[in-house]
Design a protein around this ligand. Structure first.
Ligand code: ARG
Length: 566
């Protein structure tokens, strides 16, 4: 129920349309000032009256209705107080009759959203830098699906570049087949690291170039080795995607586009966009404040940007998407701004539907978990230590718990994911495992614990085996915290839409966290199963049930699993 809309319809203000009143109405943050308030200051000029008088006039003219308890003029505002008992009853009944399809919408019906996220770079293990693209992408995918969109998840493999020639050169120079077989991905990483130092040497550099050109020529030996690197990398990252229940619709990478770049270069030329500058071929974006976009380098080789141009066109041809999202760190802001601008200059209408969802850095506190030689902490190590630590905590807190391993997995994974979803995505943040796993404070386990608490109340209620359900007395759910819960629940469908519109799962995180906090306050202050009578119990149990539904929905949309007991 949209009470803002109801109020806008319900009151009349000279010279203002319903829509304008709607825009002016705000949700109050201070419960003492009611649930909604209307500032009258902006009306003073046109109505030629003081805000106080306007507020008083509006108040005098409000007609009594069942969902409104009180309307009050105060300091140039009109404050609206909802009838808590009535509203709580309506909202709870509504959610319980619709269950988890409550808040569903069909705004995405017939629309396709392509999403490029959690892209794996071959010969590199996933590290903490990939946490956000993984968690945000996974969550946005679920959010859009929930809103009825068709989503297409793309894992755009980083599988092209001189580095692969260099790794083969290092393998041929410093390594052996035997070590490759026994060492797996660690060996490949070692060769990668060695190659970075070795390229300082001209002969090695030449060898690297040679092997890279062999890959491009699809030479059997080069491709054999490259495929082994790829296989080893994908096997290494698979457990992470399994942990998160993530699958992708497409695994095309940069390599796939390597022979599709020439047509793009031709097209740029045809469209008079390509200019020669210092032996490079570029698109001049100075006037757009975006520097120059290098398309072909001095040595004739193409760039990450060139491949992304080919990929964007291919994606549009394949999916005719309504939107295509690229979820990467803000380090790539310029890259995507250039990409979108060049496509716009090429007259691709779809360019306006490309979005770079960029995020800030999540890092670990100095020295923590960072693996050998200061390399970035590996994502799999972070997940594994979180699960291990969750196991210890559960062992301590609740040693007789059933499915301990499953719960530890949900808690450990949830804690890590939430590290990237708790705050506005553009902010940098530090992930502290011990804090993230705490059952108190703003953490994923706290929300999961609240969910389990709801489940336990409902279990007790069911065990009462009431043969006749009493009519709920909604006057038992009108306290500040109970009503706050009702309002969050009532508002949840717009929360989900806002998160989608802003590409910001943290909007859902914040609502779910607030729901959990208010629920725990309610839980501590009100008797539920042992309430004074059955009608009171019934209303409170309804509040618990709806809270559980929304917690499950919200956490699911974040990619955090719920557990019935923990
Ligand atoms: N592989 C890239 C990286 O690790 C991310 C790919 C993002 N997607 C794209 N279409 N450029 O930085």
């Amino acid at each position: 129920m949209d009470f803002k809309a109801k109020i806008s319809k319900h009151i009349k203000i000279d010279g203002l349309t319903e829509g304008e009143i709607y825009e002016l109405l705000s949700i109050t943050t201070n419960i003492k000032m009611g649930d909604f308030s209307l500032p009258c200051f902006v009306l003073a000029k046109t109505l030629r009256m003081s805000p106080n008088v306007i507020a008083q006039n509006i108040t005098n003219e409000v007609i009594q209705t069942e969902w409104l308890n009180k309307v009050e003029a105060a300091g140039g505002y009109v404050n609206f107080y909802l009838n808590r008992q009535f509203v709580s009853g309506q909202v709870l009944k509504n959610v319980l009759s619709e269950g988890s399809s409550f808040a569903k919408s069909d705004e995405g019906k017939g629309k396709t959203i392509v999403m490029d996220y959690s892209s794996v770079n071959i010969a590199k293990q996933m590290h903490i830098g990939h946490l956000s693209t993984t968690a945000i992408g996974n969550s946005l995918n679920k959010i859009y699906k929930f809103l009825g969109y068709k989503t297409v998840g793309l894992n755009y493999l980083g599988d092209y570049g001189i580095q692969f020639g260099n790794i083969i050169a290092a393998h041929k120079t410093f390594g052996s087949e035997q070590e490759l077989i026994s060492g797996g991905i660690d060996y490949v990483q070692k060769m990668y690291a060695k190659s970075r130092i070795a390229v300082e040497d001209e002969d090695f550099e030449e060898l690297g170039k040679f092997w890279f050109s062999q890959i491009e020529k699809k030479d059997a030996e080069a491709i054999r080795l490259f495929n082994i690197f790829k296989e080893l990398t994908l096997t290494d990252v698979k457990p992470i995607f399994d942990l998160l229940n993530m699958t992708f619709d497409e695994w095309k990478g940069e390599l796939y586009y390597c022979d599709k770049m020439q047509p793009v270069v031709e097209e740029l030329k045809r469209k008079n966009l390509l200019i020669e500058s210092r032996d490079r071929r570029i698109v001049d974006l100075e006037e757009d404040g975006l520097n120059v976009a290098v398309i072909v380098k001095e040595d004739g080789s193409t760039r990450y940007l060139t491949r992304d141009l080919a990929a964007a066109i291919d994606r549009y041809n394949t999916y005719s998407f309504d939107k295509c999202l690229y979820i990467t760190a803000y380090e790539q802001n310029l890259h995507f701004a250039q990409l979108f601008k060049v496509l716009e200059k090429m007259n691709y209408d779809f360019a306006k539907n490309l979005v770079h969802v960029s995020y800030g850095r999540v890092s670990l506190p100095e020295g923590k978990l960072s693996s050998r030689g200061g390399a970035k902490a590996l994502l799999k190590d972070i997940f594994n230590s979180a699960i291990e630590r969750a196991n210890e905590i559960i062992e301590n807190k609740n040693p007789h718990l059933k499915n301990k391993d499953e719960v530890a997995k949900a808690v450990g994974v949830g804690a890590v994911i939430y590290g990237a979803l708790a705050n506005q995505k553009t902010k940098d943040s530090v992930f502290i495992l011990e804090d993230a796993l705490s059952f108190e404070g703003e953490t994923a386990p706290y929300m999961q614990y609240t969910y389990a608490r709801c489940a336990s109340v409902i279990k007790k209620y069911n065990e009462l085996n009431l043969n006749k359900k009493p009519l709920p007395n909604y006057n038992a759910v009108v306290s500040d915290e109970a009503f706050e819960i009702v309002k969050i629940i009532n508002n949840f469908s717009s929360i989900i839409k806002e998160a989608a519109n802003k590409y910001e799962p943290s909007i859902i995180s914040k609502a779910v966290m607030s729901l959990a906090k208010n629920f725990n306050r309610f839980y501590h202050e009100c008797k539920i199963i042992d309430a004074e009578n059955l009608a009171v119990m019934e209303a409170r149990v309804e509040l618990v049930k709806t809270t559980q539904i929304i917690l499950r929905l919200g956490l699911n949309l974040l990619g955090i699993q719920v557990v019935e007991e923990m």
